[in-house]
Design a protein around this ligand. Sequence first.
Ligand SMILES: Cc1ncc(COP(=O)(O)O)c(C=O)c1O
Length: 372
Amino acid sequence: MSIEVPYVDLGAQNRKLKAELLAAVERVIDHGWYILGPEVDAFESRLATRLGLPTVIGVNSGTDALLIALRAAGVGAGDEVITVSHSFVATATAVRLLGATPVFVDVDDDTMCMDPTKLAAAVTPRTKAVLPVHLNGHPADVTAIGAFCRDHGLQLVEDAAQAIGAEHAGRSVCATGIGAWSLHPLKVLSALGDGGFVTLPDRSRDEELRQWRNLGLAGRGVAAHISGNSRLDALQAAMLCVKLDHLDAFIDARRAHAAAYREALAGAVRLPPVEKPGEKGVYSAFVVRHPRRDALVEGLAARGVDAKSHYPVAIHQMAPFADLAHGGLPVTERVVDEIVSLPVTPELDASGRARVIEAVLDVTRAIGRVDA
Ligand SMILES: Cc1ncc(COP(=O)(O)O)c(C=O)c1O
C-alpha cells in the first residue's frame, strides 16, 4: 500500500506561509544586508523574549551550536563529557570534534533522557561537563543534573536541539545551563535549510560567543580568537521571524495530537512520559514503544501510515564510537529496539491522525498489545 499519512511533509508548513516567507526574502534582497545584521538581530531578540532567556546567539546549525556551547563550558582536548548514547549522533560528535571524550550514561526508562542517578559512577578527574539531551522535546531532569554539576564543579550544557518551547520547573529548558539548539527543517521551529542557536543563562559571555560564531572577529577584520564561520544566515533569520509568530500554534498542534494519541492508544503501545508539574513537552517526536518494533512499523506501512524510529541505533553502537568505554547501557539498548515515532507535525490533520490511531490499534490487535 502506498503511504497516505506521511511521517512529515516538510514543504506543507512552508507552502501555507509562502506569501509571508516570500515577503521576508524580498525584504532581504532589497535591503542587501546578507550577513548577520538586522534580520539576525531581530530573530535573536524576539526568540530570547519568547523563550524568556537572557540571550540567543544565532548559528548555522545545531551541531555548531553544540561545538560553541561545549567550548563555552571550557571543554577541550583531553576532557570528558558525560552524556547519553540515546540521541542524534551530533551530541557525541561535537564532543569528539573538540578532542574530548563522551562518557555515556544510561537513560531513564520512562523519560528516555539522562538518568541523573547514573552520573556519580561516571565522574573522573577529567570530567568537565554534563550534556543531557531534551530528547523528543521532553525535558530532561535538569534540576537533579544541575544540582549534581554544582556539587561536583562541572559545567551544564543542554542539548535542546529538539526542545524549542519545552519547559522544566516552569521555565524554558536551558534556563540554568548553556543551551545548544537546532532549527533544522524537522525541528519544532524550523528553517528552510540549516540553522541553530546558542543560549546562555546570563549575558556575561554574550559578546565573546558572538565573536566565536564569526571567525573570532572582535572588530572589522580583527580577530580576537581562532574560530570558525558558524553564522546564522540572514535569509534564514528573516524567514524564521515569520515562523516564530506561529511557534505557539505549532506547539499547541503537536500537543493536541499527543493528547489524542494518549487517550486512544493507552494499553496498545507504551506511551511517552507524562509531564510532571512544571514540565512541558513539545513532542518534536511522539515516540511509543512496543517489543515488536519492526512488526509495528511494517504493519503501519501496510496500512498507509509512515512511522520512523528515532533513533534505531544508539551512538555507542556506531563504529566511530565503538571504542568508548561505558559502564553498561541496558536501558538504552532496550529502548532503541522498541521505539516508534508516529506522525505528530502541526500539518497532520484530524483525518490523518484518526488513520494513525486506527492503524496502531489494528496492528497491535494482530501483534499484541503491551497491556495484554
Ligand atoms: C539531539 C540533537 N542534537 C543535535 C542535532 C544537530 O542539529 P543540526 O542538524 O541542526 O546540526 C540534532 C538534530 O539534527 C539533534 O536532534
